[in-house]
Design a protein around this ligand. Structure first.
Ligand SMILES: NC(=O)c1ccc[n+]([C@@H]2O[C@H](COP(=O)([O-])OP(=O)(O)OC[C@H]3O[C@@H](n4cnc5c(N)ncnc54)[C@H](OP(=O)(O)O)[C@@H]3O)[C@@H](O)[C@H]2O)c1
Length: 197
């Protein structure tokens, strides 16, 4: 993966293309971090968040973010909200039980996108506002352990995940569908730290 080392150049080239993106699930933990990273890097000339409720942002960096509120039960009626974007990020929340293990991947592949990357993180390390007791305990334990030993197989910091999603978007690929596991997410998300040229 030689081109990964040139992430800064890839970002600069990407910026020049004035691409637009939408984010689904920007009110969730992953989506929020992803939006923050996208705005920080200023990679896209146009950023739209699509959700089931309007969000409020205080920071100046968010002032040009477009918002579309849609009814996810009647998506056919809201196709216009998705049109005109070059890249789409989906951070919608579901559980394996609700989503059906592997089912979502198959359905996404059937949509025949020009390019599609599926991220499969292990436990996401973040400060979650809502209470999910088991996730909270695992996060606390792994968060502490990560300071003294490498546990990259079991978890990923949310900032690394968000950066991996953004980095991946600027890295060209000839793969139509790609599945990135936790170790890949660590590698791509930490490109800035590992760059050698
Ligand atoms: N957390 C982890 O450790 C972990 C690990 C591996 C994989 N994942 C997967 O990664 C994905 C994102 O996780 P997360 O922790 O960032 O999720 P999250 O914080 O729960 O955020 C979920 C997002 O999806 C939206 N959403 C949920 N149900 C919806 C519905 N029926 N219609 C429209 N929008 C809906 C929420 O919108 P509202 O704000 O309007 O509710 C929110 O924006 C999930 O699919 C999860 O299974 C998570």
């Amino acid at each position: 993966m030689g081109e990964l080392e040139n992430i800064q150049n890839l970002r600069e080239n990407f910026k020049k293309q004035n691409k637009s993106c939408f984010i689904l699930g920007a009110s969730g933990a992953t989506g929020k971090e992803l939006l923050k990273e996208i705005l920080k890097q200023q990679l896209f000339s146009n950023v739209t968040i699509i959700g089931r409720r309007k969000l409020t942002f205080e920071e100046v960096a968010y002032q040009n973010v477009n918002q579309q509120v849609v009814d996810f039960e009647k998506l056919d009626e809201y196709s216009a909200a998705f049109q005109g974007h070059d890249v789409g990020f989906c951070c919608l929340g579901t559980t394996k039980a609700k989503g059906g293990a592997g089912e979502a991947e198959v359905k996404i592949e059937e949509l025949n996108f020009e390019r599609c990357t599926i991220f499969k993180p292990a436990l996401i390390l973040c400060d979650r506002e809502e209470s999910r007791p088991l996730e909270w305990c695992a996060r606390k334990i792994l968060g502490c352990l990560s300071h003294v030993m490498s546990i990259t197989a079991l978890s990923v910091p949310i900032s690394t995940l968000a950066r991996a999603m953004v980095n991946n978007a600027v890295i060209p690929s000839d793969k139509k569908v790609e599945l990135l596991e936790n170790k890949d997410i660590h590698m791509i998300g930490n490109q800035d730290e590992t760059k050698t040229s």
